[in-house]
Unconditional design. Structure first.
Length: 432
């Protein structure tokens, strides 16, 4: 079995492609079930965030094309819609990639910490669906441990740079001081909470938190001294918001052009900054056509983010060194897993032959045969049965000229020249 990763992210695909391939949370279990039952993928986990959709599998690499075709079918997309943007990684390349992702080295904002929580959640969902086996379990747990070491041993996450930080920085560029302005935050996840923290640090005058679940919005509002409301109330209060930051998991836009037009009229066309950091987008792209609206998406934040990256880039070099060595260690462990299965099967087969031959020897004694004769039968028959298939395989290898298998067998069974059974016994006697 090999480790295979298939996916796309902000490095390989534009926003309009990324938002078409996302997996809604409520469909994740169904997607994992299809992978395992329809495609017979033994192990699978799906990571679907704002900036990446990646499928991690423990499977035969020959199934890769089937998974790509399934991706298109699941999202009802024409063939090759995603193919130009997809990457495929195998074994050690998968290990290094996931370790880099969990450590924040592959994020839009270098070193951002939110991705680790998102990967852990994806892993839990895959586990709950029964899609995680020993190979993916070892992969994800190792990646989590490496991410922790990277955070501890390097300064890759030390600088206060994130999508939320960039969004608030952009608002400050537009409005200057924020103490007399109102911010509307749509959603109540980690990114929105982080944006709230940065807004409060920047001295924002008022905040309104709108969420599908009012209780969660009220919890954040109480914590950060704001006002809570539901998504359905947004059109009635949008005119109050100088700054709107939206980050939900909705598959459809939360705000349309019409609602924003009405808000502008109520504001007498005072400028509005709208920062949509959701994928798929929460705010219709047509809103950018309106005068007095500054609409930005996650892809527009890159320039701001780049200015805070220098310190993290220096730390990232050390982190990459850690990951490279840990990935090599992981592959040793994974090969050990596969060897463990082979050893267990070999021992099971030998144990079955041993018990089968022993039962016959004991039956001989029960019928009155001499114990010596039964022991001779047991030793001779068990040895012959145990070595029959390996011997036949070696003869076939010799006839076909497969010297590699012959050499491997000599090494595996310690049959190097001069290393006879008698010499091994003598060496053991010398040790004793």
């Amino acid at each position: 079995m090999s480790l295979v990763a298939i996916g796309l992210n902000h490095h390989t695909a534009p926003l309009e492609v990324r938002e078409r391939i996302t997996f809604a949370p409520e469909r994740m279990a169904d997607a994992l079930t299809q992978l395992r039952q329809q495609l017979r993928v033994p192990e699978a986990a799906i990571v679907s965030t704002c900036n990446r959709t990646e499928i991690y599998c423990g499977m035969d690499t020959r199934r890769t094309e089937q998974v790509v075709n399934w991706l298109h079918d699941f999202h009802q997309a024409p063939n090759d819609t995603f193919s130009p943007y997809l990457f495929t990684r195998v074994d050690q390349a998968v290990v290094q990639h996931l370790m880099r992702v969990c450590s924040g080295l592959d994020s839009l904002i270098l070193g951002e910490p939110q991705i680790l929580g998102q990967i852990k959640q994806a892993y839990r969902k895959a586990g709950d669906s029964g899609a995680v086996g020993k190979h993916l379990s070892l992969l994800f747990q190792s990646a989590f441990n490496v991410a922790k070491q990277v955070r501890t041993d390097t300064a890759v996450g030390a600088s206060p740079v994130s999508v939320a930080f960039a969004a608030v920085s952009l608002a400050k560029q537009i409005f200057g001081e924020l103490n007399e302005h109102t911010a509307l935050l749509i959603g109540a996840g980690e990114t929105i909470e982080l944006a709230l923290q940065h807004l409060k640090t920047s001295g924002i005058g008022n905040v309104i938190i709108a969420n599908r679940t009012l209780a969660r919005a009220e919890s954040l509002a109480e914590q950060y001294g704001g006002e809570a409301t539901t998504l359905t109330e947004i059109p009635q209060l949008l005119h109050r918001a100088d700054i709107t930051i939206s980050s939900t998991a909705s598959q459809l836009p939360i705000l349309g052009k019409g609602a924003v037009e009405q808000a502008l009229k109520a504001r007498k066309h005072q400028p509005m900054a709208m920062i949509d950091i959701a994928v798929p987008r929460d705010i219709e792209s047509q809103v950018s056509d309106l005068s007095d609206v500054f609409l930005y998406t996650v892809d527009d934040l890159s320039e701001i983010i780049d200015r805070g990256m220098q310190a993290r880039k220096q730390a990232a070099a050390k982190a990459e060194h850690i990951i490279e060595h840990k990935a090599i260690d992981f592959m040793r462990k994974m090969r050990g897993l596969d060897a463990g299965s082979t050893i267990a099967e070999l021992r099971s087969q030998a144990g079955h032959l041993q018990q089968q031959t022993l039962d016959k020897a004991l039956a001989m004694i029960a019928k009155g045969e001499a114990p010596e004769k039964a022991l001779q039968y047991y030793a001779h028959t068990f040895t012959n049965k145990l070595l029959h298939k390996p011997s036949a395989g070696l003869r076939a290898a010799s006839e076909s000229g497969d010297e590699t298998l012959i050499r491997s067998a000599r090494q595996l069974f310690d049959l190097e020249p001069g290393n006879t059974a008698a010499s091994r016994d003598n060496k053991q006697d010398d040790k004793n």
